[in-house]
Design a protein around this ligand. Structure first.
Ligand SMILES: *Cc1c(COP(=O)(O)O)cnc(C)c1O
Length: 454
């Protein structure tokens, strides 16, 4: 019997005490967000109607590290540090000399990485005297994470849920309600934005964001919370990568390539930014590979430009890879990856060639997910299934080259509430949704007027 170690579990004392802020490390001149009203750089005042000052400060901070409040770390202790697992059985199944590790965020109460930021955001809003957070959710991962976090800090939570998910994914709705939050089907008739989009009854993340921002901006004691994209969200997620670095030390290895899935970019950013800093400061040469769906190929087929974060055009303009703010992605099962844009910080790194991106078809992602489940047991969420597919390709390349490459994959969540998609895949009924070029062109034609950054 081999006694080789499989799980690398850090003690609670290894939960990071600060987050890694990548902003001072970004290449080139910083590109500020622009006010949607004036087109001028947005200052703190432009954001103060919907965010607390502490989060606005994090959004713009040039400090390389930001301390994690003790009350936030106390809640992190409920599930952090998350495990790092050596996928030895998968390596055998793939017949690869590569060493494959995965960092598993599915052990959080909500089943994904999303609580890492939800808890921090609820904390800073409660500290600022806010009584309610309003947000959007796609498949329900972010809404459920925020509902849990709000409950823990004694504030209310109101969620606009993308219509098609509201209908098809009742269980995450029940999670939101179990943790005390309220849920509306978006587009709703509760907001101007929702009423203007009644002709898109299945909804989209961009529409739901417009509704949530409208409610938060129109209320004195409520704020808005976003689950991805923004700098402060990517910042909070860097607990993932910091723990991964320490756990890989226990394993006596260091990754040659780190792979993750990209929706708005927060789990991937949180995993890679601490490793990226090692590249910049300590001469490491790790590669970083983001995997996105071919049905929503922002990094691989989008344009690097200023665009709105929402459909209606109420948020500041952000410099990012985008498919156009009125692009409504086809209804693939990885709901968490259906967003028209990407985190500005990650976009800048892709633009500079410091981070690579690849697009994965839905069927290939599920094929990888099933093979992973049969080797390692864990049933991955459809989102990290895209990262697994990309990691398999890396492992195959390692076999062909006869290389003992070390691969680290971010497994951002489990798939227990996505089993209908697995059912469709196993029944051979899962379609690879093609994206017609004229649809892509049409959405990009709707980009707002703004200074060119490409
Ligand atoms: C929301 C979600 C994603 C995509 O969001 P990012 O901000 O890109 O991380 C990926 N995986 C899971 C499990 C999610 O819930």
């Amino acid at each position: 019997m081999s006694q080789e170690q499989t799980k690398y579990i850090l003690p609670e004392s290894s939960i990071p005490t600060s987050w890694v802020n990548i902003l001072p490390d970004l290449p080139g001149e910083p590109l500020p967000p622009l006010s949607p009203a004036t087109g001028e750089p947005a200052g703190p005042d432009d954001l103060a109607a919907i965010f607390p000052m502490e989060l606005i400060a994090q959004e713009m901070s040039t400090d390389p590290e930001i301390e994690i409040p003790e009350e936030v770390r106390e809640i992190y202790r409920l599930w952090r540090p998350t495990p790092l697992i050596r996928a030895r059985r998968l390596e055998k199944a793939l017949d690869t000399p590569a060493h494959i590790y995965f960092k598993y965020e599915g052990t959080s109460p909500a089943g994904s990485h999303k609580p890492n930021s939800a808890v921090a955001q609820a904390y800073y809003n409660r500290e600022a005297g806010i009584e309610k957070l309003v947000t959007e959710t796609g498949a329900g991962q972010w809404g459920s994470a925020l509902s849990m976090a709000c409950q823990m800090f004694g504030i209310a939570c109101e969620v606009f849920m993308v219509g098609i998910s509201y209908d098809q994914k009742p269980y995450r709705r029940s999670m939101i309600e179990t943790w005390g939050g309220t849920v509306h089907r978006s587009p709703s008739d509760l907001t101007e934005a929702g009423r203007s989009q009644a002709s898109h009854p299945s909804g989209s993340l961009g529409i739901a964001i417009s509704e949530a921002v409208e409610v938060a901006a129109g209320s004195g004691n409520a704020n808005y919370a976003l689950g991805s994209v923004l700098n402060h969200v990517c910042l909070h997620q860097t607990v993932i990568g910091q723990e991964a670095i320490e756990a890989m030390e226990l394993a006596g290895e260091y990754p040659d390539v780190v792979v993750g899935c990209v929706g708005g970019g927060s789990n991937f950013a949180g995993l890679i930014y601490p490793f990226l800093r090692e590249n910049l400061n300590n001469g490491r040469e790790t590669r970083f590979l983001g995997a996105e769906p071919t049905a929503c190929p922002t990094l691989t087929q989008g344009t690097y430009a200023y665009d709105f974060g929402d459909t209606v055009g109420m948020t500041p303009l952000m410099p990012m890879y985008t498919l156009g703010h009125d692009f409504v992605p086809p209804p693939v099962h990885s709901g968490g990856l259906r967003y028209h844009g990407d985190a500005p910080s990650l976009s800048a790194l892709v633009k500079a060639g410091m981070v690579e991106a690849t697009a994965v078809p839905q069927g290939a992602a599920f094929d990888a997910a099933v093979r992973f489940a049969r080797a390692e047991g864990i049933i991955p969420g459809p989102e990290p299934a895209h990262a697994l597919r990309a990691a398999f390709d890396e492992a195959e390349a390692a076999r062909e080259a006869g290389e003992e490459k070390v691969i680290l994959v971010g497994l951002s969540g489990h798939g227990h509430l996505d089993l209908s998609a697995y059912g469709a895949f196993l029944a051979g009924e899962l379609e690879d949704l093609e994206l017609p070029q004229d649809e892509l062109d049409a959405a990009l034609a709707g980009l707002p007027e703004a200074p060119s950054i490409a």
